[in-house]
Design a protein around this ligand. Structure first.
Ligand code: NZQ
Ligand code: ZN
Length: 394
């Protein structure tokens, strides 16, 4: 096991009716003037936003609002949020929604605490690290990105067409309210996108250059993946299935708080492939991942056939003596699972459809910043590697 630091300080308040604790939790973590951040309207329609406002009022917490966060959240709205938070003298940002809303709240928190620094030019371009921020609280409405506990935040700069994340412990929310009942209104497609993302956050930590001597972390990762496979289809068929959604929601947080990858490096190559598709075509994050994963896996599995065979055995129950056959079956079973959830396993099955070769080259070029950076750790990829994967996934 390699040296590691685990820091996952978010207070998790899980279960039925927990949204009613929002006011108390805001107070507990120092919020008196709150900027409420939410998306395109689901929390208005469900009545959740009104509940949260009532809870804040009950604790004499003042608030103002930033509405309209879109999936693949835009930098421009985050910048608007920074201005609002500063003008309101907000001392906390409260996200009510999913990964896009939470990531916007995190960006606003950094910007409001550093009014002389542009969030993108300084923090997202990594000119300076974040050294202070406002506290962020979360009321989660979808099991997916894991942003409610993660150290990252992902924004899309619509001027440059770049979708990029930053990782910092200042991205860890102070608290996360997780009531699986709040996810009951999710469209099936969003449940499926979430399931892919949850699996991917663990798989991106499972297939890395270090695949030996990490039993505890491996068992956690494999147990999490089995839990998603067992409960995911139930939550997909019926998002109001409380027990299934509970398992999935908890998996979503554990998959991305760091615990499934301790003691080895991360890969996150599939996320790099996916973010290019998200930035260029505005496709849902989960769909951009399922569309490329199988092609990535077939491109790299020979580097560690044993690892893929183990994944097949422990996660999918594949009993096959011959390791290469087992590895390939494991990849095929994963794709079959994605398909059973209506998720694309190639670009042609996404809304964007099959892409011309020139676009695939541009995607590869953009991901590697003109072939100047190498991505991933399982296999370090250049622009040609990325292109080959996009081509196989087309
Ligand atoms: O905008 P509203 O109307 O709220 O609708 C949203 C949105 O259209 C809807 N939704 C959410 N909860 C709902 C609901 N609809 C009905 N009932 C509910 N209870 O779902 C749609 C998607 O929402 P979004 O927040 O975009 O979903 P998700 O949680 O999948 O977040 C995706 C974003 O997170 C980033 C992704 O790249 C993407 O931008 N990620 C963030 C990470 C992080 N910060 O750690 C890690 C991930 O790898 C990922 O990159
Ligand atoms: Zn993700």
């Amino acid at each position: 096991m390699y040296n590691f630091t685990q820091y996952s300080p978010t207070e998790i308040v899980f279960g039925r009716d927990t949204q009613k604790e929002a006011g108390k939790l805001v107070k507990k973590w120092g919020g008196n003037r709150v900027l409420l951040v939410y998306g395109g309207g689901s929390v208005v329609r469900s009545g959740l936003l009104d509940t949260i406002k009532k809870e804040l009022e009950g604790q004499q917490v003042s608030y103002t609002e930033l509405a309209g966060v879109k999936p693949n959240p835009r930098l421009s709205l985050a910048r608007e949020g920074v201005k609002k938070a500063i003008a309101f003298q907000a001392d906390m940002i409260l996200a009510v929604g999913g990964g896009s809303v939470i990531d916007t709240a995190k960006a606003v928190a950094h910007g409001a605490a550093n009014p002389d620094k542009d969030i993108w030019d300084v923090f997202w371009m990594q000119k300076e690290p974040v050294t202070k921020s406002l506290p962020v609280g979360v009321v989660l409405t979808i099991a997916a990105a894991g942003s409610e506990t993660s150290d990252s935040a992902v924004l899309t700069n619509e001027e440059t067409g770049r979708k990029q994340g930053i990782s910092t412990d200042f991205n860890r929310p102070k608290f996360a309210i997780m009531n699986p009942e709040l996810a009951a209104t999710l469209p099936k497609y969003q449940v499926a996108c979430g399931l892919v993302d949850i699996m991917m956050h663990t798989l991106e930590r499972y297939f890395t250059p270090i695949s030996q001597g990490n039993q505890m972390t491996d068992e956690i990762a494999e147990g999490l993946l089995r839990t998603v496979i067992a409960n995911g289809p139930k939550a997909y068929e019926n998002p109001a299935d409380y027990d299934a959604m509970s398992e999935i929601m908890w998996c979503g947080s554990l998959s991305h708080n760091g615990i499934t990858g301790l003691g080895r490096p991360k890969d996150f190559l599939n996320h790099k492939l996916g973010h290019e598709l998200g930035a260029r075509f505005d496709e849902a994050h989960g769909a951009t991942l399922s569309a490329v994963w199988g092609s990535w896996a077939r491109y790299v599995y020979k580097l560690d056939v044993e690892r893929f065979a183990r994944y097949g055995e422990k996660v999918w129950g594949i009993r096959e003596e011959e390791k290469e056959a087992a590895a390939l079956q494991a990849i095929a079973r994963t794709e079959e699972f994605f398909r059973s959830l209506g998720m694309p396993v190639c670009l042609g099955q996404m809304k964007i459809g099959v892409q011309p070769d020139s676009v695939l080259r541009e995607l590869a070029d953009s991901a590697t910043k003109g072939d100047t950076v190498r991505l991933g750790s399982f296999k370090k990829m250049n622009a040609q590697d990325m292109y080959e994967i996009y081509k196989a996934a087309n």
